[in-house]
Ligand binder design. Structure first.
Ligand code: FES
Ligand SMILES: [Fe+2]
Length: 349
């Protein structure tokens, strides 16, 4: 399992693309982000742009590459938007499930037979949209016991209130492993997450995925959260604690009390960088929540900035080093991740 500590080589990254990216479903976005004809979400994984797009009500996912001669369909540089799919090079369009080709008669019709956008499979868990290049299993199977919980969460969500698209200057495994443990919370997040006084809590594994559930021991903060209950609609997914669900290989969704969600993706980019997305979602409420969600957005951003700083330091420090690391009980999600990583990477070798 030597590759799990390889934060620097392009060969390992290529192998990870084959072993972890292509066969699994990955989190894309919430359906509410694609509500209009032409709305899209762009994600960068392994240096490629992937588009999830509302084509007249049909959600399609594809590489942002025109099948004619490779120009990007969407080149605005935005991470989301609403546009017609029209290649800027020779004007090929994609609409209502088919390519519209200018001056079509100049092509041999037989050569156009199999030409299509470079598609991914799309699957849903409730209103959560996932995509996969060549799925090894159905999404329901991949999400296992967490499928129902995620489904309930997805329908509790009202809308995306923030998209934090940033990069870690660290290998994706450093960035992800940091998110898989809470041992660092008092040192790295002293003014943001630590004041909740999260308990060591409980970690439950289900196959490749896991949940960490932790009690909020700061009684003042706990009571304040309890009192907010009436603000939200009945029937939303609720827990009286902090929890984070890890979805192998690249995603994590975390929440306090189920009042808001941060759905994070740690997509590999270059060996020394992670293409990070955190989509913060509000849940259905009956009263004004603007001030509450403004504070959620700003605290979440601070927390991720704190994580980025420490991960970037690790990437620098580990260059050229072979060290045997040790893990405690609070870090056992990392150990489980490494075991599963090894399993799929070995199949690839
Ligand atoms: S490359 Fe897109 S239309 Fe030619
Ligand atoms: Fe953290």
């Amino acid at each position: 399992m030597k590759n799990v500590r390889d934060y620097f080589s392009a060969d390992t990254l290529d192998m990870e693309e084959k072993a972890l990216f292509e066969p699994f479903f990955h989190y894309g976005c919430h359906r509410s982000e694609l509500s209009q004809n032409g709305s899209y979400v762009k994600l960068s994984c392994f240096g490629n742009d992937i588009i999830i797009y509302n084509d007249n009500g049909d959600i399609v996912c594809f590489d942002n590459i025109c099948p004619h001669r490779g120009a990007p369909f969407l080149c605005s540089g935005e991470n989301e938007g609403c546009e017609k799919l029209r290649c800027p090079y020779h004007g090929w369009q994609y609409e209502n499930g088919r390519l519209v080709i200018p001056n079509r008669s100049q092509f041999k019709e037989s050569e156009l037979q199999d030409v299509d956008i470079l598609r991914y499979e799309v699957a849903y868990c409730g209103d959560f949209v996932f995509f996969s290049k060549a799925p090894l299993m159905r999404l329901r199977e991949q999400l296992g016991d967490f499928y129902e919980t995620l489904e309930k969460i997805s329908v509790s969500i009202e809308r995306k209130i923030d998209l934090n698209r940033t990069s870690f200057a660290s290998n994706w495994k450093i960035s992800l492993e940091n998110a898989l443990e809470n041992y660092h919370v008092p040192s790295v997040h002293p003014g943001t997450l630590a004041p909740l006084e999260l308990s060591n809590g409980e970690i439950v594994f289900d196959g490749l995925n896991s949940i960490w559930i932790s009690d909020i021991r700061n009684q003042k903060a706990f009571r304040k959260l309890e009192r907010l209950d009436h603000v939200f609609e009945d029937g939303i997914y609720r827990r009286d604690n902090y929890f984070s669900i890890y979805l192998f290989p690249f995603s994590m969704i975390s929440s306090t009390f189920g009042y808001s969600y941060a759905f994070q993706s740690f997509f590999p980019d270059m060996p020394g960088s992670t293409s990070f997305y955190s989509r913060t979602y509000s849940v259905r409420s009956r009263l004004d929540t603007e001030a509450f969600y403004n504070s959620v957005k700003s605290v979440n951003r601070q927390i991720f900035d704190e994580d980025i700083r420490v991960c970037n330091m690790l990437q620098k420090a580990l260059k050229g080093k072979e060290i045997r690391f040790v893990y405690n009980e609070l870090e056992k999600r990392i150990v489980n991740f490494q075991k599963n990583y090894g399993r799929y990477m070995e199949d690839e070798q």
